[in-house]
Design a protein around this ligand. Structure first.
Ligand SMILES: Cc1cc2nc3c(=O)[nH]c(=O)nc-3n(C[C@H](O)[C@H](O)[C@H](O)COP(=O)(O)OP(=O)(O)OC[C@H]3O[C@@H](n4cnc5c(N)ncnc54)[C@H](O)[C@@H]3O)c2cc1C
Length: 495
């Protein structure tokens, strides 16, 4: 490790980090944050506010990661995360959202994972364009709840985990009267499609043991009307972010961590925090020196990563009803589809087609134009007179080499200690990112908290290690404490 500084390029030695290399026992502690999504930005802020010298290395030419608000329609369209799950003061992001004065459009009340949209805000259609009676949507929704309730008994009867789909099939064999026919069957498939969208995988991969174990924050689900971008911008303020810096190797020594990027340059600091998506770790795109221990590698391989994609369509006028969600029901959950009506929440004539699981991967095989055409075919099933879109946007989270998936999920048979192993530090190396969140994996607020926690652990570790440092120089500021001081109410609307 000591000799490694010699491999630095000369021009880099003149850069700010060079001072970190030269600092031995004096000056400020230093850290490198890898990945500029919300988790990495939160981690960098905590350390910066604690007077650490921080540098953030980000592989893309933008920061924000799986939060990506696109403005090419002239209005904010979130192609990654768009909801705040848990519109309540306990949400760790609430203080920041409040202080920025951002508006949330609540799409559901308090009701659990499966109903991030209230039933009255749906309009469902069959493949022939006939509107499904709302009464049927409500009745089948109740039947779906009953089926899921019965799967709890199946869970209690089996020591081994199984998929939710397998459990549903056991319940339907036991209670044939719960089976649905015709359109009612298609509506049931639509509910399964919505469940698959939440976990971003097909129902045959959702763990029966884990699916409802998440502690969902209260307050329902709220769309970020101005997009998530202002949150990301606020967190990034004054952080030394190096874009187009793809990390390829992390050398974790006794005293320092050296992080190398694609073009051969290296950065050295007292500690580093890895916040890249778990899909990147699974694909072994970063080399670790020494190699990660077996228990860490096993945790990375045992966690699931799902996929979700969006096709955003901008129109010159609104030709659809004033509901939040437009859905097409079909004989299989794979063939069901739905559009989020952004016009209801934001006033802009934009529909966002959303696809999850295997279907999301299949969509990525199409060109952008074919994907948009596919979404239009779905739309025309509901509205034969639909006009062509003025513009469209297509996401590819599954094959994007900076994400390789949309967010993590619990696989069938997931070991109980998986998350502890994922987040466990290794010497001077700490782990953040949505997948290591304590309670809210797969979410923006979970990723944020995981970044804050990794930074606080890193801060403690480094300060302990540098025991001879003049600690009075350091301002031990907690990011959330600082923001909490500005207490504005959350702005929530529903038109
Ligand atoms: C389509 C979609 C919809 C979603 N909807 C919601 C929602 O409505 N609500 C919600 O709460 N959550 C939602 N999520 C999940 C949420 O977006 C994520 O949990 C969260 O943004 C993850 O943040 P992160 O910082 O952990 O990871 P990321 O945002 O992925 O940040 C990691 C960063 O690391 C960078 N990186 C990758 N490899 C390297 C490398 N080798 N070197 C340097 N940098 C690298 C990436 O470019 C990225 O910027 C959604 C996600 C997707 C994809």
């Amino acid at each position: 490790m000591e000799d490694s500084n010699q491999s630095f390029s000369n021009d880099f030695l003149d850069d700010t980090i060079a001072s970190l290399i030269e600092r031995q026992n004096s000056s400020f502690p230093s850290a490198i944050v890898i990945g500029g999504g919300i988790s990495g930005l939160a981690a960098a802020r905590v350390l910066r506010d604690a007077s650490f010298k921080v540098i953030l290395l980000e592989s893309r030419d933008r920061f924000g990661g799986r939060i990506h608000t696109d403005y090419s329609f002239g209005c904010p369209v979130d192609m990654g995360a768009s909801w705040l799950h848990g519109v309540c003061n306990e949400n760790p992001l609430a203080p920041l959202i409040r202080s920025l004065g951002l508006t949330l459009y609540r799409t559901s009340g308090d009701n659990s994972v499966l109903y991030d949209h209230d039933l009255e805000s749906y309009a469902l259609y069959d493949m022939d364009g006939n509107k499904v009676q709302q009464q049927m949507v409500i009745e089948v929704g109740d039947i779906f709840k009953r089926i899921l309730k019965e799967t709890e008994k199946v869970r209690d009867e089996h020591t081994n985990d199984m998929s939710v789909l397998q459990a549903i099939s056991i319940v339907l064999d036991r209670y044939p009267e719960l089976r649905q026919e015709g359109i009612a069957h298609e509506v049931l498939q639509w509910y399964i499609c919505r469940m698959e969208a939440w976990f971003a995988v097909d129902a045959d991969m959702i763990s029966l043991k884990c699916w409802d174990q998440e502690h969902v924050l209260s307050g329902g689900h709220g769309l970020m009307v101005q997009g998530y971008d202002p949150v990301i911008k606020a967190l990034s303020k004054d952080i030394d972010i190096r874009l187009n810096h793809r990390v390829t190797k992390i050398s974790n020594g006794c005293n320092k961590v050296m992080v190398s990027v694609e073009d051969g340059r290296s950065f050295v600091a007292d500690a580093a925090i890895v916040t890249v998506p778990v899909g990147i770790l699974k694909a072994n795109l970063i080399q670790f020196e020494p190699k990660l221990p077996e228990w860490k590698l096993a945790a990375i391989s045992e966690i699931g990563v799902g996929n979700e994609n969006k096709i955003a369509l901008e129109f010159d006028r609104v030709f659809w009803p004033n509901v939040e969600l437009l859905g097409v029901v079909a004989p299989t959950s794979y063939a069901c589809g739905y559009f989020l009506n952004l016009h209801k929440a934001t006033g802009h004539p934009v529909l966002v087609y959303m696809a999850a699981g295997r279907f999301a991967y299949d969509l990525e095989k199409l060109s952008d134009e074919s994907a948009a055409n596919f979404a239009m075919l779905q739309l025309k099933k509901m509205f034969p007179d639909a006009t062509e879109p003025v513009q469209y946007l297509v996401s590819r989270w599954g094959t994007d080499p900076n994400s390789l998936g949309c967010y993590s999920y619990d696989v069938v048979g997931m070991p109980g200690d998986l998350y502890e192993r994922l987040r466990a530090p290794l010497g001077n190396l700490f782990f953040g990112g949505e997948a290591v969140s304590m309670d809210h994996q797969g979410s923006v607020h979970g990723a944020y908290s995981a970044g804050v926690m990794a930074a606080q652990n890193c801060q403690r570790h480094v300060l302990k290690k540098l025991g001879n440092l003049n600690l009075e120089k350091l301002q031990l500021v907690n990011l959330s404490d600082e923001i909490l001081e500005t207490a504005f109410p959350l702005q929530i609307s529903r038109m």
